[in-house]
Design a protein around this ligand. Structure first.
Ligand SMILES: [Zn+2]
Length: 315
């Protein structure tokens, strides 16, 4: 299940490429317009020729050519297995920990920072997004390195504890946030079995301690989760650069064509219906008749939860 056949890859690539080109075209148009303005600015600066060195350096930094890419995997925490809450978020972290081609942990981070860029990733309910920006001159190599997250991440067993600490540390830092408390509290009040009720962040207890008590091999499940969900037919890639469209297309093909495709149907959640039409939701407020649960959460409802947010500390 690691790699699909060449035929499958060719078919899948067509789909991915079409999506990419449309988005690329749009962004490139905007980017080219900005470049023209930059060039005009550069010319006027040259004509003046009166700026001192400090101002010239600042101007050069402003017009430094940057390029960027983002890849969205169309699955997220809703797909967490019920016995390992937070697994999707944990996997998002683990793919940064080296690949077969670039085995050093966090080597991508280092590469991007060495060339004046930044990277990040986030796990949402139904999508996981990875993104970076870097100096234009090393964009091709950055794409090669970035693609290996999805082609052949190592997911080394001896990296799991270290990265689990990072996930747990994020969770601990989020605890004082009323926004996250509110989200978790709301999740606890949705209708039975709705994925909104899952504990999506994940921490040491949900990813390590409790699974260990139940004899679950989290490392094995992590690899299975990746094989099931990090498939090329769930992915959309966007690149932004001042290279020509043909050049970008050839770079993207060379970097991303080997991402496995399992051709499995995507998990859907629409059959769960609305999440907040439960007795517990209605009994939580003093004026349940005023809540329009079929259209979402009204502000007055959120306000009442704010007043009571202290009870979330235990979650
Ligand atoms: Zn995280």
């Amino acid at each position: 299940m690691d790699h699909c056949s060449q035929r499958q890859l060719a078919t899948e690539w067509h789909v991915v490429r079409c999506r990419t080109i449309v988005i690329m075209s749009f962004i490139l148009k905007a980017n080219l317009t900005r470049r023209n303005k930059d060039e005009e600015g550069d010319m006027s600066g040259d004509d003046q020729g009166e700026e001192d060195d400090g101002i010239s350096v600042k101007k050069k930094q402003r017009t430094e050519k940057m390029a960027a890419a983002a890849l969205c995997v169309g699955i997220g925490s809703f797909s967490d297995p019920p016995d390992i809450p937070g697994l999707a978020h944990f996997l998002e972290h683990m793919v940064f920990m080296g690949s077969e081609k670039y085995p050093d942990e966090n080597s991508f981070d280092l590469f991007i920072k060495n060339y004046g860029g930044s990277d990040n990733a986030s796990t949402d309910c139904e999508r996981t997004i990875f993104q970076f920006e870097v100096q234009q001159k090393c964009f091709q190599e950055a794409l090669l390195r970035f693609a290996q997250f999805f082609v052949s991440p190592l997911l080394k067993e001896d990296s799991t504890d270290r990265e689990l600490e990072a996930v747990d540390s994020e969770f601990q830092m989020s605890l004082p946030s009323d926004t996250y408390r509110k989200a978790q509290l709301l999740g606890g009040m949705c209708v039975n079995d709705h994925p909104m009720g899952k504990f999506m962040w994940g921490n040491t207890e949900s990813i390590k301690t409790r699974p260990a008590e139940q004899g679950i091999n989290v490392y094995q499940r992590l690899r299975e989760f990746r094989e099931r969900n990090y498939s090329s037919h769930y992915m959309t890639l966007v690149v932004q650069s001042q290279e020509t469209l043909d050049t970008l297309e050839s770079w993207v093909k060379a970097s991303f064509s080997d991402i496995p495709n399992n051709n499995l149907p995507k998990e859907t959640f629409i059959h769960h219906g609305q999440p907040f039409d439960s007795k517990s939701t209605r009994s939580f407020t003093k004026h349940p008749k005023k809540i329009k649960t079929e259209t979402g959460i009204r502000n007055d409802f959120c306000h009442k939860i704010d007043i009571r947010h202290n009870i979330v500390v235990k979650l």
